[in-house]
Design a protein around this ligand. Structure first.
Ligand code: UDP
Length: 486
């Protein structure tokens, strides 16, 4: 890639020390403070009439950027893949290994419990994992707890508090939580060999654990590294009744009396979001959104949330754009029904100004294929989060063999080994520096993409998760002894 102005780059390192912009924390505050009151009514991106400055860009690109063709109809849900379908991706020996592990568990029964059947990463993972377990003849049931609005208000408060937010834990709140736990406990039967409880909402079901039958596992998908102490002290005695706990990265755990296991979250390489796509379809999606495939595309796919720092991404792009001709795609969802998302979307629009090469898309929830195509059409994928859970968009980018530039926070640091499977950044300037470097060093970018894909294949696919569950089940049932000397 040719640089527009190779001699004039202000040298910044990836800590961004020499940058001209204000420190991130200050910048965040300033952006928030400069927002006019009442911006919560920001329109959704597709409807916003943006003014673009004069440009050589052909008129059809401008037209699409102003009025992207966003599908308004939910496509039919495809049938879930069969175990065999993963063969071409992971290879027959790997399939055989998983079958071998499952064979020993044949007839053992499993129950998985969470708090929602649709929406959210946990339901997405269970939707893939459970059919595969059943196909491998490990009978697995999926149950969902029920509760009133008061219960889910409490559990939402717990969720935020466990992530370090402020919270006033009253006796009444504790009573609501325990009353619904008891109600669900009475409604459900736990006679399986293995019971897996996902996340804090149903954690209290463990009171049904019997010393005679069944091993109980708590699968925590959230970051517990800095919890609100009163909420954690309330939940901890329940957590410690489990036979084992499972966390998504080592950094998310707490000291506990019971054994802890590390399972990374996973993506499904055969889902609409991640499967291979024909080039014509990718071109069509780019055409629908006005993306010019003859020039580099930098993409961040994220909810419009300040912690994903979309404004920081625009600022990084502006620094890059001084030297390399490129386009920025910011695609996200939820901004129409989430008032905070609408405010952030408005901030993004303001930051993008009249630059026709910043393409902002507010996508509906059924856009998996479009997101897949956008990721595949990208030259560089960015996830400049300031705080993050695991960061599945990073996994998706790695799997698509793309060079990924991402904030060094949360689970992203388990996915990106700096300068080997992607690059980690700490600032707007660092992000700009790395994007520019990747755009001007395509061989290095391609090598990162290859390494990233290998890393994702080894660690973050649904088949890896499946294998880990099968091994853990064997350990807990005493069929495999982790400390045995062979
Ligand atoms: N995603 C989506 N539509 C959007 C934005 C994000 O489907 O408009 C998907 C994205 O592809 C990824 C997930 O939502 O699969 C986001 O997961 P991640 O762990 O990156 O962030 P979270 O939103 O859970 O904080």
């Amino acid at each position: 890639m040719k640089e527009k102005n190779p001699g004039k780059m202000v040298m910044v390192d990836d800590s961004g020390k020499a940058g001209e912009l204000k420190p991130e924390s200050q910048r965040e505050t300033n952006v928030a403070q400069s927002l006019p009151k009442g911006t919560a009514t920001a329109p959704s991106a597709p409807g916003v009439e943006r003014r673009f400055r004069q440009t050589d860009l052909p008129a059809h690109f401008i037209e699409r950027r102003k009025n992207p063709r966003i599908s308004t109809k939910q496509p039919p849900v495809p049938a879930p893949p069969r175990f065999e379908d993963y063969g071409p991706i992971i290879g027959k020996p790997e399939l055989d290994e998983i079958r071998f592990l499952a064979r020993h568990l044949r007839g053992k029964t499993v129950k998985m419990v969470n708090s929602t059947a649709v929406g959210g990463g946990v339901a997405e993972i269970l939707n893939r994992l459970i059919p595969l377990m059943n196909e491998l003849e490990v009978p697995t049931r999926w149950d969902v707890i029920t509760g009133g609005n008061d219960f889910f208000e409490v559990t939402k408060g717990f969720h935020n508090a466990l992530h370090g937010g402020d919270y006033n834990l009253t006796q009444q709140i504790k009573d609501i939580f325990m009353a619904y736990s008891e109600q669900n406990r009475k409604r459900m039967v736990f006679d399986e060999d293995l019971i897996v409880i996902h996340d804090p909402q149903p954690v209290g079901l463990v009171r049904s654990k019997s010393p005679k039958h069944g091993k109980w596992i708590w699968r925590c998908h959230i970051d517990l590294s800095n919890p609100h102490s009163a909420v954690w002290e309330f939940l901890k005695p329940l957590v410690e009744q489990y036979d084992a706990t499972v966390f998504s990265t080592a950094a998310f755990t707490r000291q506990l009396a019971n054994p802890q296991y590390l399972f990374y979250p996973s993506i499904d390489p055969l889902s609409e979001k991640n499967k291979e796509l024909p080039e014509e379809y990718i071109n069509k999606v780019c055409d629908d959104f006005g993306i010019d495939r003859s020039r580099p595309v930098i993409t961040q796919i994220s909810r419009f949330d300040r912690l994903k720092d979309p404004v920081g991404v625009v600022e990084s792009y502006k620094l890059v754009k001084k030297y390399v001709d490129c386009q920025l795609v910011l695609a996200g969802g939820g901004a129409t029904d989430d008032p905070e998302g609408a405010v952030v979307l408005q901030e993004v629009m303001e930051a993008a100004g009249d630059d026709p090469d910043v393409i902002v898309l507010n996508l509906p929830p059924w856009s998996a294929l479009e997101i897949n195509a956008l990721q595949r059409a990208s030259t560089v994928i960015v996830q400049k989060s300031l705080k993050e859970g695991f960061g599945l968009t990073v996994t998706e980018g790695l799997w698509k063999e793309k060079p990924v530039v991402a904030g060094a926070v949360g689970g992203i640091t388990s996915q990106i080994v700096h300068k080997l499977t992607g690059v980690l950044v700490h600032s707007v300037e660092g992000c700009a520096y790395q994007i520019r470097y990747l755009l001007t060093h395509p061989e290095f970018a391609a090598q990162l993409g290859k390494n990233g894909k290998a890393h994702a294949k080894e660690n973050f696919l649904v088949t890896v998760g499946l294998k880990r569950w099968l091994v853990l089940f064997q350990i807990l049932l005493g069929m495999a002894r982790p400390n045995a000397v062979l």
